[in-house]
Unconditional design. Structure first.
Length: 514
């Protein structure tokens, strides 16, 4: 007797290749081109929506399997305990896709708004800056084409597209938008290699609370998460905190955390970190184990006049930086946000390390307080919209005994390769820098330890090439790039003009008193 043929199950959908995912997402940019000015926000919102819908359906199927035979299984399977994010009934990707073309824009807006309301902790306010129902910008047939383009990716489930794969594609897409944005790209994206180096220097530990006060799209926080996982630290034991001033960039950061599977561990606030810190405990700043940041270079709108007039209610800004250079205001905020054994890695333009006035006062306080552990000179032309050279300042409130009273100066300016139109740190270079920092090994022309007296003898000038004699000249000289020299000149002129103004005001007061 012939046995009945075994039932064959359909083969699972094949995993999508990262390159195909990247190419498909970038092709979506062409479909939006010349239609909306903030195309990245629309593309990222659609990607997020499809991902959330597909995962919700995947989780529903798993829940129904688990609840098989139980009365009311379908309703029970909608319980939030079974789901990463809630997708209200009738608001899924398929619901929108199957809506009449003329109504699809409104259906998209309504679905995103409903998902935001259903997940207030993670998504409140995230989708308020995209309007898919603007028919002047997005005619119905064009929007339908875009929806179908995303649908061609197939299911973006965890089984087919793991969080790390989708996260990589998302980061790649943000980087592409940053490159296309030119000068403005640096406002929301720090190159991945710089983030990897910062994370390697900080080496997050089990249970750490990690903070970025100028988090942009969240890349530095996620690099810390990735580094910790690569070192065997459980992602579930880490907590991420950030704050971002730009609403569009804040929304990207919130989605970025969720797409990387870090949504439950991340608390990203919207607002001005210096004016209104979002992470506080009562009336005091919250303090963190690790702080990582790439604050805006040469910002003109960081709040100089406000602090000059009203001071700082949190007592952070003891030395008021110049109006045109707010970086040291952020540094003072970060130092105030460090726990007793906390570490900080912050990217700063070279001018912060040699300019006088209040910035010199900050450097003196950091050095005399023995908080600076290392300074790493980075290669030029790493950042979008900023060709000026920069360094990473590493501070540590709990330096080991053998490092007390000393600073490790590293010149990594040669550890790069050219990629497209920018330089990038090499993987070997990142590990070489991190390895040198961990071991503290001197290396001629690359790394040297300098004690406090040696720095004081240089008038607290922390320009790396004053201390490291590399291929570029004498360590006893102060070899500045043209950009640094011009910046120093402008700063000196501004300081002189401000001093002359104060002197004139004093003389006028004396004259009036006669």
């Amino acid at each position: 007797m012939t046995e009945p043929a075994a039932e064959t199950k359909p083969a699972p959908e094949s995993a999508i290749a990262l390159r195909r995912l990247e190419d498909h997402l970038w092709a979506a940019a062409d479909l939006f081109r010349n239609k909306v000015s903030n195309q990245k926000d629309y593309i990222l919102a659609l990607l997020f929506f499809k991902r959330a819908s597909d995962i919700y359906r995947e989780e529903m199927e798993a829940a129904l399997t688990q609840l098989c035979g139980i009365d009311g299984a379908e309703e029970l399977a909608r319980d939030p305990g079974f789901h990463t994010l809630a997708v209200p009934e009738g608001r899924s990707w398929e619901n929108v896709r199957n809506t009449d073309e003329a109504l699809q824009g409104k259906a998209l807006n309504d679905a995103l708004a409903a998902i935001g309301r259903a997940n207030p902790k993670q998504l409140s306010g995230v989708f308020e800056r995209t309007d898919f129902n603007n028919k002047m910008a997005l005619p119905s047939d064009d929007l339908a084409r875009i929806v179908e383009h995303f649908n061609e990716l197939g299911p973006l489930t965890n089984a087919r597209v793991p969080a790390d794969l989708l996260g990589q594609a998302y980061e790649w897409l943000i980087a592409k938008f940053a490159a296309a944005a030119g000068k403005g790209g640096g406002e929301f994206y720090t190159p991945a290699e710089v983030g990897q180096l910062c994370a390697a220097l900080l080496e997050p530990r089990e249970g750490d609370h990690i903070y970025d006060p100028t988090c942009g799209s969240g890349g530095l926080l996620l690099q810390c998460l990735a580094r910790a996982e690569s070192q065997g630290v459980s992602q579930r034991s880490l907590f991420l905190y950030g704050q971002e001033l730009n609403p569009e960039t804040w929304a990207i950061a919130r989605m970025n955390m969720l797409l990387h599977g870090a949504g439950d561990a991340a608390d990203i606030k919207l607002g001005d970190t210096l004016a209104a810190p979002g992470h506080t405990v009562g009336t005091a700043l919250r303090r963190f184990d690790r702080v990582v940041a790439n604050p805006p270079f040469s910002s003109k709108n960081w709040g100089h006049e406000r602090f000059k007039k009203s001071g700082d209610p949190y007592g952070r800004i003891k030395h008021l930086p110049p109006k045109s250079h707010g970086e040291m205001a952020f540094v003072q905020h970060m130092i105030a946000s460090l726990d007793d054994d906390g570490m900080l890695a912050v990217v700063l333009p070279n001018g912060c390390f040699f300019r006088g006035g209040p910035e010199l006062a900050v450097r003196m306080e950091l050095i005399d307080g023995d908080l600076v552990e290392a300074i790493v000179q980075l290669p030029v032309d790493l950042f979008y919209g900023a060709g000026i050279p920069a360094c990473i300042l590493v501070c540590n409130r709990a330096k080991s005994v053998d490092r007390k009273g000393r600073v490790l100066i590293i010149d990594a300016s040669d550890l790069f390769e050219r990629r497209d139109t920018k330089n990038a740190l090499t993987a070997n270079g990142i590990e070489e820098i991190a390895g040198t920092f961990k071991t503290g090994t001197d290396a001629s022309g690359f790394a040297v330890w300098v004690d406090r007296d040696g720095i004081a003898a240089q008038s607290y000038n922390l320009t790396v090439r004053r201390y490291v004699a590399g291929d570029r000249g004498d360590a006893n000289g102060d070899v500045l790039s043209l950009e640094d020299a011009l910046a120093a000149y402008r700063d000196a002129r501004a300081v002189r003009e401000e001093a002359e103004g104060r002197l004139e005001a004093i003389l006028m007061t004396l004259e009036e008193g006669k």
